[in-house]
Design a protein around this ligand. Sequence first.
Ligand SMILES: Nc1ncnc2c1ncn2[C@@H]1O[C@H](COP(=O)(O)OP(=O)(O)O)[C@@H](O)[C@H]1O
Ligand SMILES: [Mg+2]
Length: 257
Amino acid sequence: MMQTPPAAAAQATRSPREPELWATDALIEVLGLEKTYHTARGPLTLFKNLDLQVDTGEMVAIVGQSGTGKSTLLHILGALDAPSAGTVYCASTNVATLSQRQAAAFRNSKIGYVWQFHYLLPEFTAQENVAMPLLARGQTRREALAVAANWLREVGLEDRGDHRPGELSGGEQQRVALARALVNNPRLLLADEPTGDLDETTAGQVFDLIERLHASHGLTSILVTHNMDLAARCSRVLRLEGGRLTVSATGPKCQLT
Ligand SMILES: Nc1ncnc2c1ncn2[C@@H]1O[C@H](COP(=O)(O)OP(=O)(O)O)[C@@H](O)[C@H]1O
Ligand SMILES: [Mg+2]
């Protein structure tokens, strides 16, 4: 299941048209990605020949109109959905070739996922929610809860551990979701509109936290967002449009070289 990215082959097939999309020391290398959904109305092709390389340690924003396939792209990177064609190397793994069981193991160990809605389990406390991925990996309840308590401290919620999700604010729920996403120490954080359901101030605070966790845990992060101010704080902003990724010239912090 674990394979090394075909660096030489990739080099040979890289498009000279968009050199700025490419980096070195890649954690993610997508080549010739195609995704077609077969719907009742016929085939719906979202990407054809999409390329993307993300360097270890980068924080990349993906922007683009609704329905262009941003979520689908994250799902494919996180082995939640399968590509129709192309190679998708993510964290040293060819995700296109994983069985369902391997994909689940890959997600548990390598990927932290955060969505627009927190998807915390309502009947469990914040601490139990954060502990859940550790329990799923077979850690004892006592160990898992101890690690979860540390993570809640890290996201500034040490005094909310016994609250259920319904007893937390939207920003707090998203902080718990971040702690749960990172509790297994993944290398890659995939965040699909993580601040999309929050007011502007809270969105900024959650984004601050993502930035801090990204840096302190040596993460590589890909964030889908509609908020161009937040996107401009990332190392690169890519726009998904017409099935292709292009560099989006937004904020002054973007490295557009
Ligand atoms: N499982 C699916 N089957 C068929 N069509 C899908 C499926 N998932 C998404 N789509 C369609 O693919 C397009 C892109 O969806 P999505 O990736 O959610 O876009 P975005 O996140 O950019 O809004 C949409 O038109 C959506 O209806
Ligand atoms: Mg989406």
